[in-house]
Ligand binder design. Structure first.
Ligand code: 13P
Length: 210
């Protein structure tokens, strides 16, 4: 995919997330890896109204080299790219149900959402570490996320929201949507006697789909 195509895809997928209520106001940010750096949503921009020409461009060292000023969470995205060589995109949302779980779960918990459905396991994996709360934009978040991202495709930032990585931009958006739905299911079923996938069923999914 060319850079021009990736710019358009990023704006289209962001608008789709916004239209369906996965992001409100100026919450959330998205980045995608280029051959020579990264594209990122500008700070204080609505995911519903992005301009492909004004996306922030960062070089391979995450230095801002073009477009509007990048998200204040550059380091959050950098933590994933540096910890996970295969990551081609990172999506951060404040989607309601995942954020509700991020408020309920204890920092350090690695399975705040049970494996209720196959697609949650296939898209997010075995663990979803909960990273301790720090203020949005606080660079101290980078080391906390980097440590958690070494063993997980996605994390929940306590009292803040989910951050998801994947090989491609489309995969990262799909995973962020699947995480939000899994969180909604977990809250709907909380306190009820729902069956979860067994460890053997989880292993089978990860073997077949990874
Ligand atoms: P930015 O507007 O700087 O990307 O921040 C939005 C956000 O979601 C903070 O967590």
């Amino acid at each position: 995919m060319t850079e021009a195509e990736l710019r358009i895809l990023l704006c289209d997928l962001a608008a789709s997330l916004f239209t369906r209520g996965f992001s409100v106001g100026t919450a959330g940010n998205i980045s995608a890896r280029l051959a020579d750096g990264y594209l990122m949503t500008p700070t204080n921009s609505s995911l519903g109204r992005l301009d492909p020409e004004r996306l922030s461009k960062l070089d391979a060292d995450f230095v801002h080299i073009g477009g509007d000023r990048p998200s204040k969470e550059v380091f959050m995205h950098r933590a994933f790219y540096l910890a996970r060589a295969e990551a081609g995109a990172v999506v951060h949302l404040h989607s309601t149900h995942a954020t509700a779980i991020a408020c309920l779960a204890a920092p350090g918990d690695k399975t705040p959402i049970p494996p209720l459905t196959p697609y949650f396991v296939m898209r997010i994996g075995r663990t979803l570490p909960v990273v301790s709360y720090v203020r949005p934009g606080d660079p101290s978040m980078e080391a906390l996320i980097a440590e958690a991202a070494r063993e997980a495709n996605a994390v929940l930032l306590a009292n803040h929201g989910p951050v998801v990585s994947a090989r491609s931009l489309a995969d990262a958006v799909n995973a962020a949507e699947e995480l939000e739905e899994a969180a909604r299911l977990a809250l709907l079923l909380h306190g009820r006697n729902a069956r979860t996938l067994t460890p053997a069923e989880v292993d089978d999914l990860l073997t077949v789909f990874h």
